[in-house]
Design a protein around this ligand. Sequence first.
Ligand SMILES: Cc1cc2nc3c(=O)[nH]c(=O)nc-3n(C[C@H](O)[C@H](O)[C@H](O)COP(=O)(O)OP(=O)(O)OC[C@H]3O[C@@H](n4cnc5c(N)ncnc54)[C@H](O)[C@@H]3O)c2cc1C
Length: 334
Amino acid sequence: MSEEVTIEVGLDDIDDAEALGRLVAHALGRRATDVPEWTVRRRSLDARRGSVKFRVVVAVGAGDTREPVGPPPKTVAGDRRVVVVGDGPAGLFCSYELARHGIPSVVVDRGRQVQPRRLDLRRLNQEGAVDVDSNYCFGEGGAGTYSDGKLYTRSHKRGDVRDVLEVLVEHGAPPDILIDARPHIGSNRLPKVVAALRERLESVGVDFSHLVIGHMSTIKQEDDPIGTHSAIARRGAFVGLDTVGHEMSRSHIPATEKVKMVQDLLDAGLEDHIVFSSDMGNRTHSKASYGNGFSTVLVQFVPKLLFAGVPERTIRKILVDNPRRFLAVEPKSS
Ligand SMILES: Cc1cc2nc3c(=O)[nH]c(=O)nc-3n(C[C@H](O)[C@H](O)[C@H](O)COP(=O)(O)OP(=O)(O)OC[C@H]3O[C@@H](n4cnc5c(N)ncnc54)[C@H](O)[C@@H]3O)c2cc1C
């Protein structure tokens, strides 16, 4: 095991490798020019006794590189898949751990992916409109995705925390979290880390496809709906245009724009990824209140698509074939 020394470093010098090297040499009783190889093991800020400085634990010696704690995920294989419900930290790391063992999993979440989820937060903050499925608590990344991502814990006895930190660094978190006593990822980076983790899992075969991302028809034109729709469809998931056929209250988008969303998806060759529904819920939507009832997609929206020139066979695919694929359950192999 290599020798460790602790040095005290001023705030201005903490990112200065030469200054750190000189302090390491001094701590070892050597001349400032006789600096051995060294690596920072741990770093904490010490504001006691009136002066603020870093306390840095340094490992001295060549070849002080640590092997990663855990293996990378493998390409998954096999007939039986684990269904992971919830794509928060627990769900993501659950499917990551399964992939390390080559075990396939399907990850489902009630909310939206981490980038479009921002649009729901913007609506929540600016208009007070709450999407019950996609908000600060629900959606890809889970509850703390838009916090600053503090990573310290006192539960060190439950497993190797470094493994989690290494996985986060591998997917875009700053390497400093491996040495900081009070590590955090940063609110600007955290959603990117979540997206990179999902992409890594997809690349080894973890399935995010039995997933409909809902409320995709409530994205305003200026927020680039087709950008979000095609990002979702490219990952194999379904784009849920699930507020079509009637007016929505605060999240109302005119029917012309919803028809355009369908046309844009068709132009992009993504017809296999569209599903419709009407988000029925208000009393005014019911037939008893002279609304269109459950037939609103067929009675209100489909005629508009036909009028806009969408072929009947395409509409059939969206209404019949796509939901059939989405809902299909593979028989278990015994
Ligand atoms: C504002 C805020 C800031 C935070 N900051 C930090 C921090 O800095 N550091 C820290 O360590 N912790 C922080 N936390 C706590 C941390 O976010 C949670 O401990 C962590 O998210 C729990 O992970 P989880 O995967 O168990 O659950 P969750 O993150 O809650 O994930 C559950 C997932 O399941 C989905 N889901 C729920 N119901 C269903 C359903 N019926 N079907 C399908 N999917 C469903 C949800 O959409 C969600 O994605 C913070 C929490 C909040 C709210």
